[in-house]
Write a protein that binds this ligand. Structure first.
Ligand code: SF4
Length: 372
């Protein structure tokens, strides 16, 4: 999963409080499987990297183009901060990540709270479990291929949980009211099940990722900066690139597959712009339901995503300048930490912290969302 947030507040829930995108019929090229997807034979590339060969179509990359962009910023976060902490100073958005783009599409006011106000959010058990599972799957590839077994992966959980508590002490509050540790034991058991399910979907003994937790960033010709973190990048002997993302939730219904793939197409666009390589395959691995969703993008897909992101960025810029951030209530409000500040729930947003554009008519700032 992903990702990098704009401004200083990095982070995204690892277990995917859903991104709302309208259902579309454009899912014909999407394949969802519940069968194991680890059909790839392992081979060595000329560059010496073992890779998975799961695709047979025309080569889109060379081994030399294995993506080695930069290593990522430290650690992912499951929330944008810790409730009770003082929010850092507001800054105007400067870049777009899949998660924050999803926030804006879901609810512009949510985007404002997360990116501009940077209001603290409580850690969630689901998101933190997602972070933990991602860390385990990433670390497993440190072991020699033959040792990448389910027992080995599960044995990594306690150490990675300790590490998470060290790097993000706020997660400890998840179990503050659990003195006997029963809830935490259940929660760790659920993480084990997710890790175990991965082995029914992919075979890590036959995979040799060229990148894990890869931080990518590019600036489009328009000046729009895109960034994110890709869970895994595989490169086949033919040079074909596969981008893989783990989800600890369940696969969406087919009519929502397009929304789920938005993040992957975003990454594909970034890779394409950085390396001039169109990834051969985008693959979402749903550990919650045991599904694998794949999509083979073409240039037209990525151009479409680029146009969409430009339109989105224009809307974000307009809202930033005018201070008009509309709430868009949906059933996803149940996941939102900011109901106390949301007019839809009787709340009041904090004073808008950025300068607003004064209308030419001289009628005063447009659409201030909160008291000054
Ligand atoms: S509660 Fe709903 S409408 Fe309000 S900010 Fe959160 S997501 Fe938006």
């Amino acid at each position: 999963m992903e990702d990098a947030a704009e401004g200083a507040g990095e982070g995204t829930a690892q277990e995917d409080p859903p991104v709302t995108v309208e259902p579309t019929a454009a899912t014909t090229a999407v394949t969802a499987t519940t069968a194991p997807a680890a059909a790839g034979a392992t081979a060595d590339t000329a560059a010496g990297a073992a890779v998975t060969a799961t695709t047979t179509a025309a080569t889109t990359a060379t081994a030399d183009e294995a993506i080695t962009i930069t290593t990522g910023p430290p650690g992912r976060t499951g929330s944008t901060g810790l409730a009770g902490q003082t929010a850092p100073p507001a800054i105007a958005p400067a870049s777009l990540s899949p998660s924050r783009a999803g926030d804006f599409m879901q609810c512009p006011l949510l985007y404002r709270f997360r990116v501009i106000d940077r209001l603290p959010e409580k850690p969630s058990a689901a998101a933190t479990r997602g972070t933990l599972v991602h860390a385990v799957l990433e670390r497993l590839f440190d072991a020699p291929a033959a040792e990448r077994t389910a027992p080995r992966a599960k044995s990594l959980i306690p150490g990675q949980w300790d590490r998470l508590r060290e790097t993000r002490p706020e997660v400890v509050e998840l179990f503050a009211d659990d003195p006997e540790g029963e809830r935490m034991a259940r929660w760790l058991g659920e993480a084990e099940q997710l890790v175990e399910r991965w082995f029914t979907l992919e075979d890590p003994t036959r995979l040799e990722p060229v990148e894990r937790e890869l931080f990518v960033e590019t600036v489009l010709d328009s000046g729009l900066k895109l960034r994110g973190i890709i869970d895994r990048v595989d490169v086949a002997p033919t040079g074909e690139v596969r981008i893989v993302d783990y989800k600890t939730g369940k696969a969406p219904r087919p009519e929502y597959a397009e929304g789920a793939l938005f993040q992957m197409k975003f990454y594909a666009l970034v890779v394409w712009r950085l390396k001039n390589v169109v990834p051969r395959r985008l693959q979402l691995v749903y550990l919650g339901s045991g599904d694998v969703l794949t999509y083979d993008p073409v240039v037209a897909d990525l151009e479409r995503v680029e146009r969409k992101l430009h339109a989105l960025w224009e809307a974000i810029r307009e809202a930033t300048e005018t201070g008009e951030w509309r709430p868009r209530p949906t059933k996803l409000c149940g996941w939102c930490d900011h109901q106390a500040h949301c007019p839809e729930f009787g709340g009041t947003p904090p004073p808008y912290p950025l300068p607003v554009r004064v209308p030419e008519s001289g009628g005063g700032p447009q659409g201030r969302m909160g008291p000054d």
